[in-house]
Design a protein around this ligand. Structure first.
Ligand code: GLV
Ligand code: MN
Ligand code: MN
Length: 412
């Protein structure tokens, strides 16, 4: 098959999608179900329809764009990723898997390929946890790992419920119907930027992902006692921020001393109330993100945090509440799909590195219900979740070509 990627068009689409943003370029901010996200979704739907794909949305807004195969009853071959972007992000996270997936389908169409299995591009809702606190919302529900009942309880930081927000976004239908029927997929492949430095360092063209690390996230609320920054003497203070600072360092230390460099922990949000220079912090909210390839070590960091919360609240005489938002198991990719990706790399003459994804992806959940794997392309310096995230057109082209080749094998 003579596969050709229209790189110029693909790159111009990546640039066009980046313009749907609530941040100044080059930064991209696109939070799920904001007007900007809805405009980007409408633009994506039009691109898919231009390619002759049949587009549908489920009740949580996962978007399926199908190239119907000759055997309509055969299970689907899926590809895709997400287009939501965290605050102050770059252009490539998720987007390369969505627009690259679309271009892979167009390349197969141009080459005259006729799939037996339908090939479906999937744009997952809210892979990023920014708005509702939990990542991979759409794929969790597709995999049946987040019930409709639990999803209905989710709220954004303005107190708006997920149900109200998605209905305002025009999504009717019942959340109970989001879960995929069993046997829906024959296979699923997600193309993504690496979000780490290994491919560049090892000078490999592509990464074939064999395993995805286990993520967990928590909220911690520290309730102390506020007051006048001049009037309250130090022995009488119950400063919530000082307690939170101790917890942050415990989390860092627990990750640093876990015994493996695979353990990573981050406190990415620290909201201080009331937040005035001359007022003792009365309340602090922290967000905590812990990950590891080993569930035992990841849970060890969570236990260290729980113990520190008990000890700090007793010593400083303040209340500390923790809420675990998610604590997911790692996922193993399917050897048959990994092998198909490796073969496609060989066919196209590209070197590759078998690897573990330390970032989480929708494939973490799709792998629970489908034979799934991922393909990584290098990103400059490993930078991601920042505006200077960059993947070269050549690397994007290589990833898209290997994706197309793999989809052809899987859908034949
Ligand atoms: C996904 O964006 C992640 O945080 O790994
Ligand atoms: Mn991301
Ligand atoms: Mn991503």
């Amino acid at each position: 098959m003579n596969l050709r990627i229209d790189l110029e068009r693909l790159i111009s689409e990546i640039e066009a999608l980046a313009a749907f943003s609530d941040a100044e370029p080059p930064a991209v901010t696109r939070i799920v179900f904001t007007p900007t996200d809805l405009e980007a979704r409408a633009w994506m739907k039009a691109r898919c329809e231009d390619a002759g794909l049949a587009v549908r949305q489920d009740a949580i807004g996962n978007t399926f764009a199908r190239w119907v195969g000759s055997d309509r009853a055969a299970p689907v071959v899926g590809t895709g990723s997400h287009i939501d972007a965290i605050p102050n992000a770059g252009k490539y996270d998720g987007v390369v898997g969505v627009l690259g997936g679309l271009e892979a389908i167009r390349a197969l169409q141009r080459a005259g390929f006729r799939p037996r299995h339908s090939i479906e591009l999937l744009i997952f809702t809210s892979e990023e946890p920014t708005r509702f606190g939990i990542g991979c919302l759409g794929s969790r529900m597709l995999a049946g790992m987040l019930s409709a009942e639990a999803a209905q309880k989710l709220q954004d930081n303005q107190g708006a419920s997920l149900n109200d927000v998605r209905r305002q976004a025009g999504l009717a239908g019942e959340l109970e119907q989001v879960k995929l029927p069993s046997g829906y997929y024959k296979a699923f492949v997600e193309l993504h930027i690496e979000q780490g430095p290994l491919l560049e360092r090892e000078q490999k063209a592509l990464g074939v992902v064999e395993r995805i690390a286990a993520p967990a996230s928590l909220r911690v609320l520290v309730e102390g006692s506020g007051g006048h920054a001049g009037g309250v003497l130090m022995p009488d203070r119950r400063d919530a921020l000082c307690a939170a600072a101790e917890l942050i360092l415990v989390i860092e230390q627990a990750a640093r001393t876990s015994g493996a460099t695979d353990t990573v922990a981050t406190v990415g949000i620290c909201d201080v109330f009331p937040g005035a220079v001359n007022s003792i912090p009365a309340q602090v909210r922290l967000s905590v993100d812990v990950r590891d390839t080993s569930l035992q070590r990841r849970d060890g960091v969570m236990r260290a945090l729980a113990e520190a919360c008990r000890e700090t609240s007793a010593r400083r005489q303040l209340a500390i509440h923790t809420e675990v938002l998610n604590a997911d198991a790692p996922a193993d990719c399917e050897p048959a799909v990994v092998a198909a990706l490796a073969r496609a790399c060989h066919t196209q003459g590209f070197s590759f590195l078998p690897m573990t994804s330390r970032a989480y992806h929708d494939t973490l959940f799709i792998a629970r219900v489908a034979q799934a794997a991922m393909l990584f392309i290098p990103c400059r310096n490993g930078y991601s979740h920042r505006p200077d995230e960059y993947a070269s057109p050549e690397d994007i082209g290589r990833g898209t070509l290997v994706l197309a080749e793999t989809l052809a094998t899987l859908a034949a």
